[in-house]
Design a binder for this molecule. Structure first.
Ligand code: PMP
Length: 367
């Protein structure tokens, strides 16, 4: 085996801002009940599996060729889905896709961030945002969310005035808190923003009745970007397909920074099958929303705090020693996420059986 003559990472001429950094990611442990990365617990049905296998076989017949660089057929399918979901007419030119919404947002930072520019968000929020900024040489500023994890409008407007960010990242529903932002607040931020505003709607399909999507603001605000993913509601985390909706000029900017053929023929084919089966895959979303609401009620009934959630996870607490609680659950076969503000933990919503296991384990740990 190549040992690199004992060369260590510290001795490499790595960029200064990467020194001492760890790769992002939750522990990938083999446990009976995995409720740690906000996955959808329901795998595709055998019928959808067979359709995916057939589409992959079809794609395999031309794998000697590069895929469609612009992923036009897939983007058209995504546009139809978003048009139905958001009630705003979107076409191929309004949609961009990449390997997960992480890559989509990296494209946004590559195009609109950069040296001498600032990205702004409001913490606690998705912990990858500062990494997109770091990797694209963009300065990073995190304002604070309010006590109830909403974004105070005056605080946001003051931060925008002070930092003049090229990109504002707003997760709604927010990870790890589950908080959705009122459209009026997003609109106020858009009115004040000097650059692009990204509303990260990775969890949009789980929103409660009456919580609108920011897609409805697109017609009014040409510098708004709404990102989505097939990792959560579509139960396609392993397929790696994220996307966004925006004005055609925004999509043109992203096409400049993407690597050629970034979306493989297999990825495109698999995602199109998933979209064609949206009804079946999204049916489980209704169950997960109900299970989410039951989980919030249960946590409160046992005397814990639980944030309002429009997502497929719940932030709960608070614990003097959250690590001990996390560890106690793990010892009982239940893996959740030690994330969010001090004292809080995050649990993803699983099947009713998985949630029962979580509840039983948590009762034991708290005893
Ligand atoms: N945004 C948020 C708020 C997330 O929580 C996640 C996944 N944890 C992502 C984006 C990225 O997901 P993916 O790359 O799988 O689309």
């Amino acid at each position: 085996l190549l040992r690199g003559q004992g060369l260590t990472l510290d001795e490499l001429p790595i960029r200064d801002e990467l020194r001492g950094e760890q790769p992002y990611g939750a522990p990938q442990l083999d446990v009976p009940v995995a409720l740690n990365v906000n996955e959808n617990p329901y795998p595709p049905s055998e019928r959808v599996v067979a359709e995916i296998a057939a589409a992959v076989a079809d794609a395999a017949r031309t794998l000697n060729r590069y895929p469609d660089r612009d992923a036009v057929a897939l983007r058209a399918d995504l546009a139809s889905y978003l048009t139905a979901d958001g009630g705003v007419g979107l076409g191929v030119d309004n949609v961009w896709a990449a390997n997960g919404s992480n890559e989509v947002m990296q494209h946004v930072l590559l195009a609109f961030g950069g040296p001498g520019r600032t990205a702004l968000s409001f913490a606690p929020t998705y912990s990858m945002y500062p990494e997109y900024a770091r990797d694209t040489h963009t300065a990073w500023v995190a304002g604070r969310r309010a006590e109830d994890f909403s974004i105070d409008r005056a605080t946001a407007l003051a931060a925008i005035e002070e930092h003049r960010p090229s990109v504002i990242l707003l997760a709604s529903p927010n990870n790890p808190t589950g908080t959705a932002l009122p459209l009026a607040d997003i609109a106020a931020i858009l009115d004040a923003a000097p650059g692009m505003v990204v509303v990260d709607e990775a969890y949009a399909e789980f929103r409660r009745a009456g919580t609108p999507s920011a897609l409805t603001l697109l017609a009014q605000y040409p510098r708004l970007i709404v990102t989505r993913t097939m990792s959560k509601a579509f139960a396609l985390a392993g397929g790696r397909l994220g996307y966004l909706a925006a004005a055609p000029a925004v999509v043109d900017a992203l096409r400049i920074v993407r690597l050629p053929y970034h979306l493989s023929a297999v990825s495109q084919a698999v995602a199109r099958v998933a979209l064609a089966n949206a009804d079946e895959l999204l049916a489980a979303v209704q169950q997960l929303r109900a299970e989410r609401d039951r989980t919030v009620e249960w946590l409160r009934a046992v005397g814990l705090r639980s944030a309002e959630s429009d997502a497929n996870f719940v932030l709960f607490g608070t614990f003097a020693n959250r690590h001990a609680v996390w560890q106690g659950l793990l010892e009982r076969g239940v893996l959740i996420r030690e994330t969010g503000p001090d004292g809080w933990l995050r649990v993803s919503i699983g099947t009713p059986q998985e949630m029962a296991a979580f509840q039983a384990a948590l009762v034991e740990v708290m005893r």
